[in-house]
Design a protein around this ligand. Structure first.
Ligand code: NAG
Ligand code: NAG
Ligand code: NAG
Length: 913
């Protein structure tokens, strides 16, 4: 499937050669080494120079503007406020009259967000009160110092600039820059330059003020030298102790205070052997934070693509004395956050919830939802750097059949190419790619081959020549093609921000362009941070040019643009793009227990901000896992959205059957559990695509008032109904899982034993244990006849697991389509049914009457967990009533209906009497 992409994201799969040392911290900047971060962090709270000029206020139907003045330098800013549909407030701050336009992030929002009318409730010399619609929500603009408060009734939900850390470095001519009116090069006097500017670790050009913008005026070579451009704003969240999101970081789910350490950094980087539990930047960046307490969930979406740092501090304070509207003065916990970006403008969306699901809907309304992956993408993927040649691929493929382990995709890393020229094949190792692909296809399996966005500078390479001739490469500051070192050696970097370049790139995937490709070949988009081995922090110089914009302005968008148009799937090319814009991984991890553990919070954090198809390299990329770790990783990965094994070139082979029959059996069982559950996974992704709700969820999302769940990140939910607490401890004999929900029950999916909610449950474990529980009140479909790939299971029958709640009721859904085309969208070719159990009656009902799809699959078994023994069971279908065979297991209270025999797409009712 093509993927719709709506996220500010530059994740990629990446690889780096290297030994076994830990991350080289010296390669990556701390806040103190990033001069704008250091400068901004040195600002002290409570001294805001900004004042709102209330007499400049203008209100149209849905937009309020007013000017802010910085009393220190008299620079005017323009504040714009919008009330957006669905409880979202947008706050934009830009210079009133910048010397040149500042970068505003394009293409990320799905459209201009629909607005709602704004109205002024009151106005005086101190400020303005605006109505945010129903529920007595108000937005208060205070004039001196400038601050914004969003309130509901007497409660402050969130304040902006309440600590006075709004800072907006305006564009200004360098003091000693002379602009030659004849258009000659600007003369630049570096003597006596102020030591306040940016310094790159590599690439310092002038001390002090760097060349910030090379803005083309009338003549091509006339540049203005402008100063630093960073922006910053603080947010206070009274009553909030838990904030989440802003991936990607190798850290716990609940974000920590950054006091005394570095802020969380968002700057897409290819980090070699990253460290755990710290706020360093990793491969991707999604500038969205969620704040949660028992009353409300809110979100902050900071729409900026430049290097960004986020400080978090907790505070207990008597909040809001300065506001008349605030009642009471009891001590409240409070979280203060502060965002700092190197350039661009302040453009922030405040998503007011109130429920977690509302925040997901609100964010999805701005940036779109998770693409709907093909069913096979949710199955098991076998990858390594590298499968050596066609024979190797064939042997691995056969190994899976010999050992009866299913898989859907085998992946080829960079070594499959002819000298790292992407879209080509190594003529010795992969001389007949189509034969190889056909062999895979005969097994109803697929292949993924890597295509990286750096292009070998080689006049014998067609793609390089075309990109160069079309002038599509990113430029360096002097206007020549930017070149950096990457896998092929010296490489050019296509400017994917240019739509023509993207169209060209998309056309390269056509079968007649990409020789040796076939319909079961998909693409792996890697290295798009972009990764530049000899660049500053292993990425591109910030003053490289994308048209008239500096790389600095849009760095975190580069990966987004790499996949944007191939992902959009306009169909004059036919290769599927499998692993992007939807599937992301947690980076080049290591075969260590702590890396297995952290895969859970890392994927949960991505899921919270709209990226559900997340997984970690099963087994760990660097180093070699112990057999125990490998088995535990398969067991964990089998219950995470993107399930792919991957390994470094230097590691010993680790296909599932290489560790003795006992371990092969354990891995086989984990993979089979995944395949059996694919109908449920697929349905969850359909929901994620439709509604923006995450697939892999932290417990608090479903139990928002249960404070015991707020910081849990060693277990998770899949959708609402499955709770997974994988074994991630070496040598574990048991573990304690938290089962949430007062008055709820959970059923062990393996034994069907029932447990009460709202308890910590000790579970003894063996090497075969994967603790998973089904929520009482849910119905989950599985396909128990596991075959060699998901495609082979297409017409297989379903088994329904009906888990009764204490009220003896349950509900669930069944979603079926062809598994890989857009027909579900364009022709409504799908089956979407609601399954309900109540009053001893199980009913299947159509959820979408216009839908039109038929399936050969039937329901071969129904298990009702927590049931009592009926006298008789009948099936009503097509106006006929028949009796159904059943068995009752009194020890576990499980009623099994054998071969009720209805088609999975039909209307039917089963009655227990
Ligand atoms: C907006 O907020 C109000 C008050 O908190 C809430 O009742 C309503 O459901 C919210 N609407 C949406 C679309 O989130
Ligand atoms: C807590 O917040 C108050 C009010 O905003 C502020 O005066 C105080 O300095 C803050 N304390 C800390 C430790 O940040
Ligand atoms: C469903 O599709 C089939 C085959 O394309 C067609 O014959 C039938 O009329 C369609 N039914 C509805 C309800 O659209």
């Amino acid at each position: 499937l093509g993927f719709r992409m709506g996220l500010l994201l530059g994740l990629c799969f990446s690889l780096l050669l290297g030994s076994t040392s830990a991350v080289d911290r010296g390669n990556f900047k701390t806040c103190a080494q990033s001069s704008f971060c250091k400068r901004q962090r040195a600002l002290k709270p409570g001294q805001s120079p900004y004042r709102a000029l209330l007499d400049t206020l203008e209100l149209s139907d849905s937009r309020l503007t007013l000017q802010l003045i910085n009393d220190n330098n008299k620079v005017h800013l323009l504040l714009e406020l919008y009330r957006l549909q669905g409880n979202i407030t947008r706050v934009k701050i830009n210079e009133l009259k910048p010397l040149k336009p500042r970068f505003e992030v394009p293409d990320v929002l799905v459209g201009e967000p629909p607005t709602e009318p704004l109205s002024v409730l009151s106005k005086d010399d101190n400020g303005v009160v605006l109505s945010l619609g129903p529920e007595s929500q108000r937005l208060i603009v205070s004039a001196r110092p400038f601050r914004l408060d969003i309130m509901e009734g007497p409660q402050v939900l969130l304040s902006l600039n309440s600590r006075g850390l709004l800072a907006f470095e305006h564009l200004q001519l360098r003091k000693n820059t002379q602009v030659d009116p004849e258009g000659a090069e600007v003369k630049e006097n570096v003597d006596g330059a102020e030591q306040q500017g940016e310094e790159e670790k590599v690439g310092v050009r002038v001390h002090g003020w760097r060349i910030y913008f090379k803005y083309c005026l009338k003549k091509p070579n006339l540049f203005l030298f402008l100063g630093p451009t960073s922006v910053s704003l603080d947010f206070s969240l009274p009553g909030v102790e838990h904030v989440y999101g802003i991936p990607e970081h190798a850290d716990n789910l609940k974000l920590k205070t950054t006091e005394g350490g570095d802020p969380y950094r968002l700057y897409n980087l290819d980090v070699f052997q990253y460290e755990l539990y710290n706020p360093m930047a990793l491969y991707g960046a999604v500038p969205v934070m969620l704040a949660h307490n028992t009353q409300r969930t809110m979100g902050i979406f900071w729409l900026n693509a430049a290097e960004t740092w986020v400080d978090i501090s907790s505070n207990t304070t008597v909040f809001g004395k300065m506001l008349d509207f605030v009642q009471g003065s009891s001590e409240t916990p409070q979280t203060d956050v502060r965002w700092v970006s190197e350039s661009g403008i302040i453009d922030v969306f405040i998503m007011l919830g109130p429920k977690p699901s509302d925040v997901f809907t609100q964010y999805a309304s701005l940036t779109g939802t998770q693409s709907f992956p093909p069913l096979a993408a949710l199955a098991y993927h076998q990858c390594r750097w590298n499968y050596n040649d066609q024979e190797d691929v064939k042997a691995v493929d056969q190994g899976f059949d010999q050992h009866d382990v299913p898989y859907d995709f085998i992946w080829l890393d960079i070594e499959h190419t002819d000298g790292k020229r992407y879209f080509t094949w190594d003529p010795h190792k992969f001389p007949q790619p189509k034969d190889m692909l056909q062999g895979i296809m005969d097994k109803r399996r697929m292949m993924v081959a890597i295509v990286d966005p750096h292009i070998k500078v080689d006049s014998g390479y067609k793609i390089h020549n075309e990109i160069r001739d079309k002038n599509f490469y990113v430029k360096n500051k002097d206007g020549g093609d930017y070149e950096g070192w990457c896998w092929p050696g010296n490489s050019g970097y296509p400017d994917f921000t240019n739509p023509e370049m993207r169209a060209f790139w998309a056309s390269m995937f056509a079968y007649d362009q990409y020789e040796g490709s076939m319909e079961n070949l998909y693409t792996w988009n890697d290295m798009n941070e972009p990764s530049v081995f000899n660049g500053p922090e292993v990425t591109m110089y910030k003053d490289a040019m994308h048209g008239s914009w500096e790389h600095r302005d849009l760095h975190n968008l580069y990966g987004f643009y790499v996949v944007m148009d191939i992902a959009n799937g306009e169909s004059d090319w036919s290769l599927f793009v499998c692993m992007n814009a939807g599937a992301v991984w947690t980076g080049d991890n290591a075969a260590e227990w702590e890396h297995l553990k952290i895969s859970i919070p890392m994927c949960l954090s991505l899921g919270l901000v709209g990226i559900s198809l997340c997984g970690a390299d099963v087994g760990g990329f660097f180093k070699s896992p112990s057999t125990e770790l490998l088995v535990r990783w398969y067991q964990t990965g089998a219950y995470q959205p993107f399930f792919r094994a991957h390994a470094h070139l230097d590691t010993p082979r680790r296909e599932p059957w290489l560790f003795g029959p006992e371990n092969t059996a354990l891995i086989r069982e984990a993979v089979r559990q995944r395949y059996a559950l694919l109908p449920y996974w697929y349905q969850q992704f359909y929901q994620a695509h439709k509604t923006g709700q995450p697939v892999m969820r932290p417990l608090w999302v479903e139990y928002p008032k249960d404070t015991a769940s707020f910081a849990i990140d060693d277990e998770f939910l899949i959708g609402r109904d499955l709770l997974v607490h994988p074994v991630t401890e070496e040598g574990a004999r048991g573990l304690t899982a938290y089962l949430p929900g007062h008055g709820e029950v959970w059923y062990d999916v393996h034994t069907f034993q029932k447990h009460n909610g709202a308890q910590n449950l000790y579970i003894p474990v063996t090497m075969s244990s994967i603790p998973v529980f089904q929520r009482g009140g849910s119905i989950i479909p599985r396909k128990l006849r596991v075959r060699r790939s998901s495609a082979c299971m297409e017409n297989d029958p379903y088994t329904l697991y009906v888990a009764l709640n204490p009220q003896r009721a349950a509900e669930g859904e069944l979603y079926i389509d062809d598994g890989h085309t857009f027909s579900f969208q364009t022709k409504k070719e799908f089956i979407h049914r609601s399954l309900t159990f109540a009053y001893n009656t199980l009913t299947s009902r159509n959820l979408c009457t216009e839908s039109n799809f038929s399936t050969k699959s039937w329901i071969e078994k129904v298990l009702i967990l927590g049931a009592s023994k009926p006298k008789k069971v009948t099936l009503q279908m097509d106006g006929k009533e028949t009796s159904v065979e059943f068995e009752f297991d009194a020890s576990m209270s499980v009623l099994t209906l054998r071969k009720p025999g209805m088609n999975a797409g039909a209307d039917w009712t089963v009655k227990l009497q």
